[in-house]
Design a protein around this ligand. Structure first.
Ligand code: Z57
Length: 831
């Protein structure tokens, strides 16, 4: 297998990079020729668009060279199927990856413009909820950087993740219209439109030989319009694409309705068709089970498969034998699992292939990544709903299941009905359900978890019998993050220090950061590192002031928890600790602690009641603490509104402490943990997900670990966990929880914050917050102690950055290539 190493000469898709002067001219040219305006009256928005157009000349050059090379070499390619891509902004990312950020900055400065102001003209492309969507974005960056022929497939949502406001401390959701005025990075490809079907019924027919044939008579036909977003690899290595499908009413179908005089009906069907790609479901790790969501999943899988098959046939004709050699499809969670029966349908019903041949192809094409063990996130569709939307696919799933139970399960466990019940793709019961996880495992040649401990639990707790059937199917690929966006672009000061001390190869070979460890004891580097952190904190303080009107002191410890709001992530454990500190200060006016600012960023799913109560409680406690003179600035609490990729880029470089405090066994991996440690934050964390591997890399002295382990959690729950015991036996816990019930934080309205206490006591504290509380407090005291020794802290922070090389998404992608995809890198030739 060929591999791109840092030593090998990088392939470069983009032929020639512009000088500052050329960029300037190009920007002006586009201001006139594409925007129809003039330097004298151009708005920042127009300047931004003109600059994007200028940049696109180079992007498109790389795109053409990449696509031509892939076509000429008829390469095997990876097709990443994901309902979510959390891209953030593309402007500075593209400039950095092309390698013209500095040139553009200078060009714009010479035109009297500040590049940061232009960056702020761009809306985040927030087509994802959290970790899973951002992982997909990091992966497509790495695949392009490493020159792997790859395409990302997904949905062109008109509205991405909602925008968050606070009204009296409560979350308000507002629509996100990221492309209301058009998006300069996307290219519509009308020549590649697809049509897909839903609803209807299946007819059983027989041909002249008496062979049975199933015919699906669809109820609706929907058009998929592809939009391509170029994905620029670092230093222009390859320019791949992200292809997102937008739904429209089929012209053909409308015509029909018009002829029958159903004008209003046609208009309604138009709206229904366009509804499919209208909005991203905002639930992270909960299965909404909604019909529209199933249609979204099927819509993009069917469009994408047809697109793949069209491209395959163009190169290979009607011979399907090379399909599994040419096509690998990675399922990002079970969300796109309906692609499995869809490919079967295309092969069996359309290509008239035998079941066995078709199944053989499927089982060599699909691979599945599991991202969670949380039962509420494991997708199930009611058989009833499935039959209504995709009647033929349901039949195919039944047949996949029948053969699986007879040919696999019954062979290993003859006559064992319990095993059949447990393993059946169809869960029986009052309302029979299709288990998408089971379908994904059965239909894939490889299944992976996203961190070692999680992959182990996938095997031991989620699918143990599947492991008995197919031991080699299961593997681990630990997540990673792209160091281009999450260090080079977001933390230019630290990037510069690294360039000066260890050279500038680290963005494409992150293990080079190891060399920085040699400077951990060097007082000059320590000072430089801490000065950078200080400047980043001052910058963030300005942002905080602007967004929340709260003043924070850049000399305090910046303690940051940024992630979706979820009970298992335990933002309320953080809150209880804040309340403990506040109470200690009130009880002892001289309470000695390093001043600390607790910063939160989190969106709650709109229907997740307790998550919203936790946001409210944090905001109310913040209000009280921030205005209490007795605190004497030892404590500040800030909940940043509308947390998103762009805000993460401002918060992460300024973090001293990274909160990674999930209940052990619940966070599959985490990726924010990687970004924060990479930028020199010290983790306060449980032994969960990738925290375990981070601890292995940075060493026990440079991370503050606390809490129950996975095994201890299991043991405690097996013996019976009683949160009330902690309440009655720990005076501090009791005082804090009782405090939340008073009107201290909500004057005149006692009981407004009691939902948290209720869930921790009457609710049984399902995520063991109280069990881990005192251990967490001690881990935080340890951090407080460490910070008092500034040189010692600098050393730890430097070692965090230096020892995080493993967690580049480039390494994750190389792991996928080796363990799953068996793909060759492709050197791009210029023309
Ligand atoms: C999501 O963001 C994740 C898992 C899911 O099942 C869904 Br739905 C959404 C996250 C995990 O919670 C993180 O631990 C993990 O790092 C991330 O996926 C990427 O693998």
């Amino acid at each position: 297998m060929k591999k791109t190493t840092s030593k090998a000469k990088a392939s470069v898709a983009i032929a020639a990079l512009p000088s500052t002067e050329e960029l300037k001219n190009s920007i002006i040219k586009h201001l006139h020729g594409s925007l129809g305006t003039d330097v004298n009256k151009a708005s920042p928005q127009a300047w931004w668009r003109a600059t994007c157009a200028a940049v696109n000349e180079y992007v498109y050059d790389g795109l053409r060279n990449t696509q031509r090379t892939h076509y000429q070499q008829n390469t095997r390619a990876i097709h990443y199927f994901s309902l979510e891509y959390l891209m953030g902004r593309l402007f500075s990312n593209n400039l950095h990856n092309i390698g013209i950020y500095d040139a553009a900055k200078t060009a714009l400065a010479e035109l009297g413009l500040n590049i940061a102001d232009l960056e702020d003209q761009e809306e985040d492309m927030a087509l994802g909820n959290g970790g899973l969507g951002r992982l997909a974005a990091c992966f497509i960056d790495s695949m392009a950087t490493l020159n792997y022929p790859a395409i990302g497939y997904g949905i062109h949502y008109e509205h991405g993740l909602f925008k968050q406001d606070f009204s009296d401390g409560r979350q308000i959701e507002r629509p996100d219209s990221w492309r209301e005025y058009g998006n300069p990075w996307e290219i519509c490809r009308p020549e590649s439109v697809q049509e897909i079907s839903v609803y209807g019924y299946v007819e059983t027919t027989y041909d002249l030989q008496g062979k049975m044939k199933k015919v699906w008579h669809p109820g609706r036909i929907i058009k998929g319009v592809p939009w391509d977003i170029p994905v620029v690899g670092y230093q222009g290595s390859s320019v791949n694409v992200l292809r997102l499908w937008e739904s429209r009413a089929s012209d053909f179908f409308n015509w029909d309705v018009f002829n029958s005089g159903g004008y209003i009906d046609a208009a309604r069907q138009n709206i229904e068709a366009e509804t499919i790609s209208k909005v991203l479901y905002p639930n992270d790790e909960t299965d909404a089970g909604k019909e529209l969501r199933l249609i979204q999943q099927y819509f993009f899988c069917s469009c994408s498969l047809k697109d793949i098959i069209r491209r395959y046939k163009r190169a290979n004709g009607d011979d399907w034998s090379k399909f599994p050699e040419q096509v690998a499809i990675q399922l990002n969670d079970t969300h796109p699992a309906v692609a499995i029966p869809e490919l079967m349908r295309i092969l069996v019903d359309r290509a008239e292939m035998s079941w066995d041949d078709a199944w053989n192809i499927c089982q060599h094409v699909f691979a599945y990544t599991n991202h969670t063990l949380l039962p509420e996130a494991l997708e199930k569709w009611s058989v009833r709903l499935f039959e209504k939307v995709l009647p033929r696919h349901l039949e195919i799933i039944y047949e996949i299941n029948r053969r699986f139970l007879v040919e696999q399960v019954d062979v290993l466990w003859p006559g064992d009905n319990d095993k059949k019940h447990k393993l059946s793709i169809i869960e029986d019961g009052h309302e029979p359900m299709v288990r998408m996880g089971h379908l994904s495992v059965v239909g894939s040649f490889r299944v992976n978890g996203v961190a070692q401990v999680h992959s182990d639990l996938v095997k031991s707790d989620l699918f143990p019998e599947m492991v008995a059937l197919w031991p080699d199917k299961f593997t681990n690929v630990t997540n990673g993050v792209t160091p281009r966006r999450w260090l080079k672009a977001c933390n230019p000061r630290l990037a510069k220090l690294l360039d000066e001390t260890i050279g500038d190869e680290w963005p494409r070979d992150l293990k080079q950061l190891n060399k920085f460890a040699a400077f951990a004891d060097d007082p000059a580097i320590q000072d430089a590192f801490m000065a950078i952190k200080q400047q980043n904190k001052a910058d963030l303080a300005t942002v905080v002031k602007k967004l929340t009107n709260i003043s924070i002191d850049p000399h305090a410890i910046f303690d940051i928890q940024i992630k979706r709001l979820h009970e298992y992530k335990r933002q309320h454990l953080n809150l209880l600790h804040i309340l403990a500190l506040y109470r200690r200060i009130l009880q002892n006016p001289d309470y000695d602690m390093v001043p600390r600012v607790f910063l939160f960023g989190a969106k709650a799913a709109p229907g997740y009641k307790l998550a919203k109560e936790i946001i409210y409680a944090i905001n109310k406690v913040a209000e009280k603490i921030n205005n209490d003179k007795r605190v004497k600035n030892r404590l500040k609490v800030v909940f940043m509104p509308n947390y998103r990729v762009t805000l993460a880029e401002k918060m992460i470089p300024a973090a001293d402490v990274s909160e990674q405090i999930s209940t052990a066994g619940k966070e599959a991996s985490g990726t924010g943990n990687m970004k924060l440690a990479l930028n020199g934050a010290i983790t306060v964390g449980t032994l969960d997900g990738a925290n375990i591997e981070i601890a292995e890399e940075v060493g026990a002295d440079n991370i503050s670990i606390f809490g129950l382990t996975v095994d201890e959690v299991k043991a405690l729950q097996a013996k019976g966990y009683h949160s009330w015991d902690y309440y009655y036996q720990d005076a501090e816990i009791k005082a804090i929880l009782d405090w939340l019930e008073t009107d201290y934080f909500t004057p005149g309205k006692p009981g407004e914050l009691s939902a948290i206490k209720r869930s921790l006591l009457e609710g049984g504290d399902p995520y063991l917050v109280l069990a881990d509380f005192q251990s967490y407090v001690k881990a935080q005291e340890k951090v407080d102690g460490w910070y008092r020794d500034q040189a010692g802290w600098a050393k730890k922070a430097i070692l965090n950055t230096a020892l995080m090389g493993k967690f580049t998404s480039d390494r994750s992608i190389e792991d996928y290539v080796e363990k799953v995809w068996k793909l060759d890198a492709c050197k791009i030739s210029q023309q």
